[in-house]
Design a protein around this ligand. Structure first.
Ligand code: S3P
Length: 172
């Protein structure tokens, strides 16, 4: 089955939705941040602190190219991964992209900022970062999913769309 790719801002619910979706659809869940941490043997915040954001973005590109060659995955992407066009083009061919969107103020207020180097500058900065990214997420996504209900609501909506979309595709 084609991959189910989740994008969206930090804290928008990708990990929670990803777990539920993988269980429901019988797909393997891959979290790009977790994969990078495992490969590097250190936490995201240490990668940023020791090598900087640009280095981290290159790691995201490597992971995107690799995962884009696989199938049967739910891929939960780091919030900034779509900023690199090349990351999304590598992933997009392998599946459907869902933008999970949640109110940014609400997101920041409930966010665990500790392991997130780009959420250290306060609420205003987070809201501005969100606004900058909206066009990027919109351009990258096949489907827009507002996250207003429970994680189960989100999972049900995404899995319905995913299965419906799949049933309409024709194998050539
Ligand atoms: C980032 C989001 C994080 C992580 C890194 C950078 C971003 O992932 O990749 O801290 O630029 O938005 P989550 O969206 O899983 O928090």
């Amino acid at each position: 089955m084609k991959n189910l790719i989740l994008i969206g801002m930090m804290g928008c619910g990708k990990t929670t939705a990803g777990k539920l979706l993988a269980a429901r659809l019988g797909l393997e869940l891959v979290d790009t941040d977790a994969l990078i941490e495992e490969r590097e043997g250190r936490a995201i915040r240490d990668i940023f602190a020791e090598n900087g954001e640009e280095y981290f973005r290159r790691l995201e590109l490597n992971v995107s190219k690799e995962l884009g060659l696989r199938q049967d995955l739910v891929i939960s992407c780091g919030g900034g991964l779509p900023l690199r066009e090349a990351c999304m083009s590598a992933l997009k061919l392998s599946g459907l992209v869902f933008w999970l969107d949640r109110d940014p103020g609400e997101t920041f207020d409930s966010l665990d900022t500790s392991g997130r180097p780009l959420a250290q500058q306060g609420r205003e900065d987070f809201l501005a970062r969100y606004e900058q990214r909206v066009p990027v997420y919109r351009a990258a996504a096949d489907y827009y999913i507002p996250n207003r209900g429970t994680p189960e609501d989100v999972e049900a909506l995404i899995s319905t769309i995913y299965l419906e979309d799949r049933s309409q595709s024709v194998m050539l």
